[in-house]
Design a protein around this ligand. Sequence first.
Ligand SMILES: Nc1ncnc2c1ncn2[C@@H]1O[C@H](COP(=O)(O)OP(=O)(O)OP(=O)(O)O)[C@@H](O)[C@H]1O
Length: 368
Amino acid sequence: MSDKSVLLAFNNVSKRFDSSDILVDFNLDIYDGEFFTILGPSGCGKTTVLRLIAGFERTNDGVITIDGKAVNDIPAEQRPVNTVFQSYALFPHMNVEQNIAFGLKMTGVPKAEIQQRVTEALELVKLSGFEKRSPSQLSGGQKQRVAIARAVVMRPRLLLLDESLSALDHKLRQQMQMELKQMQRRLGITFVYVTHDQEEALSMSDRILVMNNGQAQQIGTPREIYEQPSNLFIARFIGEINVFDGTVIEKVNEFSYLVDIGGVSKKVRCDQRLQENDPVHVMVRPEDLRIEYLEDKPQGRSGFMGIVVERSYTGQTLDSLIDLGEGRMIQSSEFFNEDDPDFDYSIRQKVWVDWVEGWEHVIKKSAI
Ligand SMILES: Nc1ncnc2c1ncn2[C@@H]1O[C@H](COP(=O)(O)OP(=O)(O)OP(=O)(O)O)[C@@H](O)[C@H]1O
């Protein structure tokens, strides 16, 4: 993505509501043609960022540019931006065709061109043949598509989507995630999607911005965010993760260190420079743990003995809560092997817990 040009930028933007600072010196670059997601917990400022892009809110400080031009003083309707709202906001008294054509009519586009663009937009969202239906005769997913068609028919440079799938049930939502991504590819329009759902963010985005308390915590590809979270908040917000507290014993080579985790020495990889005695968090995803059903600690290996205290079968995986003693609980997620007749669902077994060196993610505690 780095060879792409910047379409939208926030340069030291601040936004206050009454006396509360919501964004302070906020910076952001969104590239032309990417599917960009703003992810964060409720109240972290995601919608505020979106509303500032759309022009529904004004900045208190700083500059927002689109295509290199400052848009701070450009009213919402003159920005090359359209928004798809969570509620879809379709006009109930207009049919599908009229809903999609509305914006074009308002801007004085000739009738024949309106017809052609509406037809194209309906094809794009796979709703050809639904022209004369009223919104009340559409399912949630179809309403969603009309809302998208109504926005893309205006040919915006940026399409903003605010929690646009949250009203749909789980299955339809997953289907729409795929469709949205495909639509974005076909259109080549930059999508800025806001959600608090990490799974949705991971599955659709080219890049994700994780926000907390009005601050950009990390920007990266879904893999970077999931595999190399830059702090504990992100690690915990993006899926489940086990966090082991450790202390650096010594450096082994440029990127690996020997770390003491509660009396167990583990060799770990870390891209950050660490010093002896540095406190660190060693993080391992549940699916990256290796579980062996052993009664005793195996000779010459560094890992942890534990006892399974809870099990949950998810269809694909068998998830376990494991007590490592001294108040340390961890979670594992093993692929369920149907062919293994000895696969044991029961609890109270002793287990040996370890992971392949390099599958951990290590951060220095001061970085939190
Ligand atoms: N018009 C407003 N007046 C005063 N405070 C506001 C206004 N709009 C938002 N806020 C406050 O700004 C903060 C960020 O709100 P925002 O809607 O951007 O969060 P969000 O991350 O989109 O949350 P959610 O996921 O719940 O929609 C919140 O504390 C909210 O109460």
